[in-house]
Design a protein around this ligand. Structure first.
Ligand code: IMP
Ligand code: MG
Length: 181
């Protein structure tokens, strides 16, 4: 059976092409490397959406004491709608007490997930806690949270690709695309 491409009526529209993502990730990496110079830094990736971003970002940070851990979260429901209920699917492997932590997220939307994660991590007494998000949809915010480093501010469209999914699909697209349904 031939591999079927996306149905033409659901073909995604490119919002941020891979080359622009790569250039911005390099800038973020340089900035983070400067800010944490001389201090060990733990990157905490939020699964699953942030895994591709984290993989590129960590290689753009010029720093000789980086470590990585992952936290898995899911919001109930797997379509384009956030239910508001956050569920931990994988906990950290290592303690973050006294550690400089940078939370790595794919997208900051309503802020519900971010708010939950920042609280949960804060309770574990890191030395410092900051966050980087590749994408930010500020117009959708219902919780008063911001990221310390933002890749791109985008309008209120549902996006896929570069790790972001729609119902667990499309994470492999190299560009950030708008899902047209
Ligand atoms: P929030 O809790 O509303 O801020 O949503 C955060 C999570 O919802 C993200 O970590 C994503 O997993 C998911 N999400 C929000 N907006 C989008 C989108 O446009 N595309 C794909 N996933 C999204
Ligand atoms: Mg998701």
């Amino acid at each position: 059976m031939p591999m079927t491409a996306l149905a033409s009526d659901a073909r995604p529209r490119v919002l941020i092409p891979a080359e622009r993502i790569a250039a911005r990730v390099k800038e973020l990496g340089a900035e983070i490397g400067r800010d944490y110079r001389g201090r060990p830094l733990r990157l905490i990736g939020v699964l699953k959406g942030a895994w591709i971003f984290l993989a590129d970002l960590i290689r753009a940070i010029d720093h000789d004491d980086l470590s990585v851990d992952f936290l898995g979260v899911a919001t109930y429901g797997n379509a384009a709608q956030t239910s508001g209920e956050v569920r931990v699917t994988k906990d950290l492997d290592q303690s973050i007490e006294g550690v400089d932590v940078l939370l790595v997220e794919d997208i900051l939307d309503t802020g519900v997930t971010f708010h939950f994660l920042l609280n949960a991590l804060h309770n574990r007494k890191p030395q410092t806690l900051r966050a980087v998000t590749l994408l930010d949809k500020p117009s959708r915010r219902i919780r008063p949270v911001t990221a310390d480093y933002v890749g791109f501010s985008i309008p209120d469209d549902f996006v896929i690709g570069y790790g972001l999914d729609y119902a667990q699909r499309y994470r492999e697209l190299p560009d950030v695309c708008v899902l047209k349904v």
